[in-house]
Design a protein around this ligand. Structure first.
Ligand SMILES: NC(=O)c1ccc[n+]([C@@H]2O[C@H](COP(=O)([O-])OP(=O)(O)OC[C@H]3O[C@@H](n4cnc5c(N)ncnc54)[C@H](OP(=O)(O)O)[C@@H]3O)[C@@H](O)[C@H]2O)c1
Length: 277
């Protein structure tokens, strides 16, 4: 049987890297989209090819999707939109350019990849888009509002897309991990007054660190846990539209479903051990 072909974005490390490994191990041909392919150590891996792909560079996204289609002999079976990063900043003064740049990568880059992959999938009446969102696409926390807004945006695009493309035989799955043990937190970019370690929110952001650390210690999933969920979603047509990964994601989603209002904000305060009212 001809192997299926997947394009994974943000494949240099973390969840994307693990997804490349799991898919290749399951017999997929994988094009690993990376900003700096030469640094990944992925070259020469069986079943894996590497493409330079920066989600903020429209031409590189288009070229990577075309490469993936070529790799698949004209068909791309699965696009995994995984690349993303976070910005840390208070809503009041998060730098607008930082927030825009993050949306460019997390939302518009993913949208561009979908727009490039869909015509082929629609024409063949087969294919799956797996978008890696976050529990932060259903709930939000202080100082990561801009990042979580990018995940809410991805959730919204994915839900609309699922309804639009089902008549063409194309599936959409949204992966919603809770805390994952990767370098993601280390790469979150402080912005605005928090980047300078000053301003009215500096002390609160510092206090929030303890709550996030406790959350991570209680719950972290591994990159492999998320990668398995991605590969299962790529392979199994009975996968539900939204796939929560991790006990924390399940607990938070259940709390959100129980209450959308003040009660949920009280729950969040307790969950994050916020010391302020
Ligand atoms: N870790 C968590 O706790 C967590 C929780 C929920 C959801 N998620 C989601 O899971 C996904 C993977 O995150 P992770 O934990 O694996 O984080 P990670 O280890 O920081 O990896 C992020 C990946 O995205 C790539 N990337 C960032 N900006 C890019 C751009 N403009 N163009 C191309 N690639 C870009 C990075 O490439 P470089 O190596 O070039 O920087 C890297 O490969 C993300 O969508 C994230 O939002 C993570």
């Amino acid at each position: 049987m001809t192997p299926r072909t997947a394009l994974v974005t943000g494949a240099s490390r973390g969840v994307g890297r693990a997804a490349v490994d799991v898919l290749a191990h399951r017999g997929w041909r994988v094009l690993a989209g990376c900003r700096a392919p030469e640094d990944t150590g992925l070259q020469g891996r069986p079943g894996v090819e590497v493409a330079r792909m920066d989600m903020t560079d429209r031409a590189s996204v288009r070229a990577a999707v075309a490469d993936a289609e070529r790799l698949g002999g004209g068909r791309l079976d699965c696009l995994v939109n995984n690349a993303a990063y976070g910005v840390l900043g208070a809503v009041e003064d998060v730098d607008l350019d930082d927030a825009r740049a993050m949306f460019e990568a997390n939302v518009f880059g993913a949208l561009a990849a979908m727009q490039d992959a869909l015509p082929g999938m629609r024409a063949r009446r087969e294919g799956v888009i797996v978008n890696v969102s976050s529990i932060g696409g259903r709930i939000t926390n202080p100082f990561v509002g801009a990042y979580h807004a990018s995940k809410y945006a991805l959730t919204s695009l994915s839900e609309a897309l699922a309804l639009e493309v089902s008549p063409f035989g194309v599936r959409v799955a949204l992966i919603e991990p809770g805390m994952v043990d990767t370098d993601f937190s280390a790469n979150v970019r402080p912005s605005g007054s928090l980047a300078r370690g000053e301003g009215p929110y500096a002390a609160m952001a510092g206090e929030l660190g303890a709550g996030f650390r406790a959350w991570r210690e209680r719950f972290s999933s591994t990159a492999d846990d998320v990668a398995v969920a991605i590969a299962d979603a790529a392979e199994d047509p009975s996968t539900p539209f939204q796939v929560l990964v991790g006990d924390d994601a399940k607990e938070l989603a259940a709390a959100r479903a129980r209450s959308d209002g003040d009660e949920f904000r009280a729950f969040t305060r307790e969950y994050l051990q916020l010391p302020w009212e």
